[in-house]
Design a protein around this ligand. Structure first.
Ligand code: C2E
Ligand code: MG
Ligand code: MG
Length: 601
């Protein structure tokens, strides 16, 4: 038999009913099971719109709900409907539909499936019950109840599934007595995936069945155990207090921890449990989310433990969404600020420029640092607008300072670029436009790209950097030492400076090898003909050590914190004349008094 003939057989003899329709739900094919079930012939149904075979109510619901959902998501799943069969009887069915696209991408059709095979058994029973005049009403009710049972229970463990649990919780919350609390315990097995991967799915199923039995025998008559999905179980129990709930959690962990034999192997299992107690505002969905949050905390605490959800604890997902909305408005409403940190020539002890660092003046939370929002901006794509704004603001400020300070050495401006900006095809155009708008010398602008961002896609980065370089701007690798850039790449990138990450600079003098790393980075930079910049210089010892090592530039709190533009101008005016330069003997550990053990060069 050819594969096509095989599929034809499969299609017609499948234990559930299949229909194929076109985009307007007109039936183009029906399998034998559907025809047997409904009593129609193929000619009766092919060419007929599917809703015409539904009850009037379903037809309405179909048009108002399922058709739009289908258009939106390309699928609908297990929608309860009634099909009117050839004798005019209303037949319960579940409808699942997916849109398939032909290989050429043009024609689309939908495959409709009524009832899974187990449900089909019940449906057959239902048919038999209704057909036979002698069959009692009771039998058909039982069959219908069976169908409903399957919809609300998990087939592996027979425990209530997610919809089943929702129904139970709904009722529990509605009927609750004032003196009892309802506790929901979210039980997630630890490392279940490794059991499944190493012992196979059958072993995994066996383990889940054992856990289901153990959980069930650990709850009282008032309790419920449900299986949500995979290795996630939920226990709902009436408790007198939060302590009762934690005692129950301990009991559940004990029973799960008892070893079990699976396929001849002794397996020990553990779980992380999140506990939530229902308050007046609790609804099933919220209660589950609270317990889920607490469960993640239990996982983070090292697993095989429980955590109680603290109602005052904000939901991280909600928090993120709120912050994202605020950031979007903040950018539009002009709440962003740029602060500037001086970039110092170590040998001459003079400022040669500044690095622009973004801040967010949050209306209620005060001045936020980039660490509080830059990742969010990056993930959400807001970074493109934010980055473009910082660039424009910084270059404008640089141009203004340079116009004001005629005669003095011009201020160089370093601006950070995010990985997302780096892959933006408009980046070069944006930089060019900003330079032109503020009439800023491209040679005074330095764009900083982190080593990690470069290494994400070195080939692409090379192209972008080459294009930027052609504009005449300088380029720096930021946070060097944290991203494993290979020397080969370093040599090929058209960069002008290497910024040694603060984590190494702060270790100078601690005698832990950081001095050797910093020194190698400086030599490496010089070997490929570029400047070395030390980030995060906090002490005079570090500054002196860097001077001895031949480092060119430095930034850090030792010189100045990042400052608002007006304060930075004050800092420059107030600076003492250039101090004598001191180098340090690197064989000595950092002395108590920075300066004492230094030798004057
Ligand atoms: P970065 O570019 O490496 O900037 C240096 C960071 O180190 C700044 O933190 C600065 O305040 C801090 N710092 C400087 N000297 C010292 C010191 O002596 N000790 C200590 N402990 N810290 C020092 P900040 O401003 O919080 O910025 C953090 C990071 O956020 C920056 O690291 C940069 O990667 C990113 N960032 C800042 N502004 C922007 C921006 O406008 N766009 C993008 N894409 N990223 C930005
Ligand atoms: Mg930087
Ligand atoms: Mg850095």
């Amino acid at each position: 038999m050819t594969p096509t003939a095989d599929y034809e057989q499969l299609f017609h003899r499948a234990p559930c009913s299949y229909l194929v329709t076109d985009e307007s739900w007109t039936i183009t094919a029906a399998n034998g099971t559907f025809l047997d079930w409904t009593g129609y012939t193929r000619d009766d149904v092919v060419g007929v719109a599917l809703p015409r075979l539904m009850s009037a109510d379903d037809r309405l619901a179909h048009a108002s709900r399922e058709v739009p959902r289908m258009q939106l998501t390309g699928a609908v799943s297990e929608v309860s409907i009634e099909i009117v069969d050839v004798l005019g009887r209303h037949r319960a069915a579940l409808l699942t539909a997916v849109r398939s696209v032909h290989e050429d991408g043009t024609a689309e059709f939908r495959v409709i499936i009524f009832s899974a095979h187990e449900r089909h058994q019940y449906e057959l029973e239902l048919v038999a019950a209704r057909r036979s005049a002698e069959e009692s009403e009771e039998r058909s009710i039982r069959a219908e109840a069976g169908l409903q049972y399957l919809a609300l229970h998990d087939s592996l463990t027979s425990l209530p599934n997610r919809p089943g649990l929702a129904a139970i919780l709904e009722k529990e919350l509605a009927d609750r007595q004032p003196d009892v609390s309802i506790a929901l315990l979210f039980v997630d097995l630890d490392h279940f995936k490794s059991v499944n991967d190493s012992l196979g799915h059958n072993a995994g199923d066996e383990l889940l069945t054992i856990v289901a039995q153990r959980l069930s025998s650990s709850v009282r008559g008032t309790g419920t155990v449900a299986r949500l999905a995979g290795d996630e179980f939920v226990v709902v129990e009436h408790v007198g207090s939060a302590t009762d709930a934690t005692v129950l959690a301990e009991r559940l962990l004990d029973t799960i921890n008892r070893s079990m034999v699976i396929e001849g192997l002794e397996v020990v299992c553990s779980a992380s449990i999140g506990i939530a107690l229902a308050d007046e505002t609790a609804d099933p969905e919220r209660l589950l989310r609270w317990a889920d949050i607490a469960m993640y905390r239990a996982k983070a605490r090292g697993r095989n433990t429980w955590e109680v959800h603290d109602p005052s604890e904000a939901d991280p997902a909600v928090n993120r969404m709120r912050l994202l909305g605020e950031l979007r408005h903040g950018i539009e409403d002009g709440q962003l600020r740029v602060h500037y940190q001086p970039r110092m020539n170590i040998a001459t002890n003079s400022a040669i420029g500044v690095e622009a660092l973004v801040r967010w003046e949050h209306p209620t939370r005060g001045l936020l640092q980039p660490g509080d929002f830059i990742d969010l901006a990056e993930e959400s794509g807001l970074i493109r607008g934010l980055g473009a704004w910082v660039l424009d603001e910084a270059v404008q400020q640089g141009a203004q300072w340079n116009r004001a300070g005629s005669g003095e050495a011009p201020v160089g401006m370093a601006v950070n670029l995010s990985p997302r900006q780096l892959v933006d095809p408009q980046l070069t155009g944006i930089v060019e436009a900003v330079l032109a708008r503020h009439d800023f010398d491209p040679g005074l602008l330095i764009l900083e790209i982190t080593e990690t961002a470069l290494m994400e896609n070195p080939e692409m980065a090379l192209k972008v950097l080459t294009a930027l370089k052609a504009l005449g701007v300088g380029l720096a690798i930021d946070d060097f030492g944290t991203g494993y850039a290979s020397l080969t790449y370093l040599k090929h990138f058209p960069i002008d400076e290497l910024k040694i990450d603060r984590s190494f600079v702060s270790g100078l003098g601690a005698g832990n090898g950081d001095a050797a790393i910093v020194s190698s980075c400086i030599q490496l930079a010089h070997a490929v003909g570029i400047r070395a910049v030390a980030e995060g210089v906090e002490t005079d010892y570090q500054r002196s050590a860097l001077l001895t090592m031949g480092c060119d530039l430095a930034q850090g709190f030792h010189y100045s914190r990042p400052l608002a533009p007006d304060l930075l101008a004050d800092w420059i005016t107030a600076r003492p004349p250039v101090a004598p330069q001191i180098a340090v003997d690197l064989t000595d550990p950092e002395p108590d008094d920075d300066v004492e053990a230094l030798a004057v060069v």
